[in-house]
Design a protein. Structure first.
Length: 449
């Protein structure tokens, strides 16, 4: 049902401890008191931190790598135009947050990989259902939204004062082992694909979430390598979020264009297998890619992970009951979960500074050109303190200002880096001089089931 909140139910998370949370990892640039902006070129003298953040936020092309609202729109018939406090996303809040480009996640839950398409509503069917539900919102709100499939579309949205809606597939099993299906999803507008979700598929190993790692191929199979090559040939971004470490390194070996991690944080700041370690961050920088930091409290704070695990140990049965009861109604599930949380011991709020620590760590290890934002809004059940949804994005810009980042650095983090990567992936696809389907591989794996 939910990309990430749902798997929380599957038994908490990693038990290993990370460095203390809430401690700034190193220091970037000057501290706020040093007022570096007072001397930054083009910055009005005497501009306050708040005014500067506001100016930058307005000026920036802001891209968020991952939002699971399509699953809720589809499952609970949610319309973006209707103000909705139970979700992290609606149209008014998207506008208030100043977002330029939002990746709507075409999320295909892992257990659909086991269902026959005709009778069960299989993986590809779920993907195209979510594509249509996304188009529906764009078509119903033409003066606010535009469907974007290129970096130029995102720039155009900014110029026209609209929000670019992009689509990224979550879970490589969505293509049902067929490169024909991969290209068809590209034609429908999908511009990235996480090679796995928490399930290992028939050609790539997943990191899983908790419990034993679902190792099967020790990375990518030859078909998996072909999926990566085909994605890059046609200009679909390869997304390394959710894949196993071995799969990550297999991607790095064969990648010919920059890749993204659409919603992953830094493992050195918060130990979790879904986050990237420092070697991975350096490799991704060498590849020219971008890590878009996940906001989920579980991925950014080990303290939160521990508290959540204790909560699930106590309340797992009640949680499983509501999960079953509302399995086809994501919004009903969110409401029931909030009620259960209100009746049980509260989980700690992770300070916003911890999220900024992840950004800062990636800047230090990979460089300022390789970090972005990948909220995971509406796929997760807990966000940092003060970040209640997509309308809270300006608080991140202010926090970056207060950490002493320069104007151009903040613009890169907010979306500039993603745009560069997207443009490079587009340029690589163009350089192959091939056509989308005519020159495409005819490989597929026929189901063993
Ligand atoms: Zn995810």
């Amino acid at each position: 049902m939910f990309a990430c909140a749902f798997v929380t139910a599957c038994g908490g998370s990693s038990r290993s401890a990370g460095p203390p949370i809430g401690v700034t990892v190193g220091g970037h640039g000057a501290k706020p008191d040093d007022a570096p902006h007072a001397t930054t070129k083009g910055v009005p003298p005497g501009e306050t931190a708040g005014a500067r953040a506001e100016r930058l936020h307005r000026q920036a092309i802001i891209v968020d790598g991952h939002n699971d609202i399509p699953t809720i729109m589809f499952g609970s018939n949610v319309d973006l135009k209707t103000p909705e406090t139970r979700t992290h996303t609606d149209l008014a809040r998207m506008k208030a947050g100043g977002i330029t480009g939002e990746f709507f996640s075409i999320y295909v839950e892992g257990d659909l990989a086991d269902k026959p398409t005709v009778t069960g509503g299989g993986s590809l069917r779920r993907a195209i259902d979510l594509v249509d539900v996304t188009y529906r919102q764009v078509e119903q709100n033409p003066s606010e939204l535009l469907l974007a499939t290129t970096a130029a579309d995102i720039r155009r949205a900014k110029k026209e004062g609209k929000i670019a809606v992009l689509m990224g597939i979550e879970g490589g099993h969505a293509i049902e082992n067929s490169l024909y299906a991969l290209r068809s999803l590209y034609r429908l507008g999908c511009r990235y694909m996480t090679l796995t979700h928490t399930n290992t598929n028939e050609w790539a190993d997943s990191a899983g979430f908790s419990g034993p790692t679902p190792t099967r191929h020790h990375g990518l199979t030859p078909f998996g390598e072909e999926v990566v090559a085909e994605m890059q040939r046609i200009g679909m971004l390869v997304d390394v979020s959710h894949i196993a470490d071995d799969t990550f390194w297999a991607v790095m070996k064969s990648a010919k264009a920059p890749v993204i991690a659409s919603h992953s944080s830094a493992r050195a700041v918060a130990e979790h297998r879904r986050n990237l370690n420092d070697d991975m961050l350096r490799a991704l920088a060498k590849n020219g890619g971008v890590v878009m930091v996940n906001f989920w409290s579980t991925f950014i704070s080990v303290d939160y992970q521990n508290a959540a695990r204790a909560w699930y140990d106590k309340n797992g049965k009640a949680f499983a009951e509501i999960r079953t009861k509302y399995k086809d109604d994501p919004l009903g599930f969110i409401e029931a979960r909030a009620k259960l949380r209100a009746e049980t011991e509260p989980l700690p709020k992770v300070p916003l500074s911890v999220l900024i620590d992840h950004i800062e760590h990636i800047v230090q290890v990979a460089g300022i050109d390789h970090v972005g934002l990948g909220s995971d809004f509406d796929g997760v059940d807990a966000l940092p303190d003060g970040l209640d949804g997509i309308d809270s994005l300006p608080k991140i810009t202010l926090a970056l200002v207060e950490r002493g980042y320069k104007d151009d650095e903040i613009l890169k983090i907010l979306g500039g880096n993603f745009l560069r990567v997207f443009e490079q992936a587009e340029a690589y696809a163009k350089s192959t001089g091939t056509t989308l389907s005519g020159n495409g591989s005819t490989r597929r794996i026929d189901s063993k089931r």
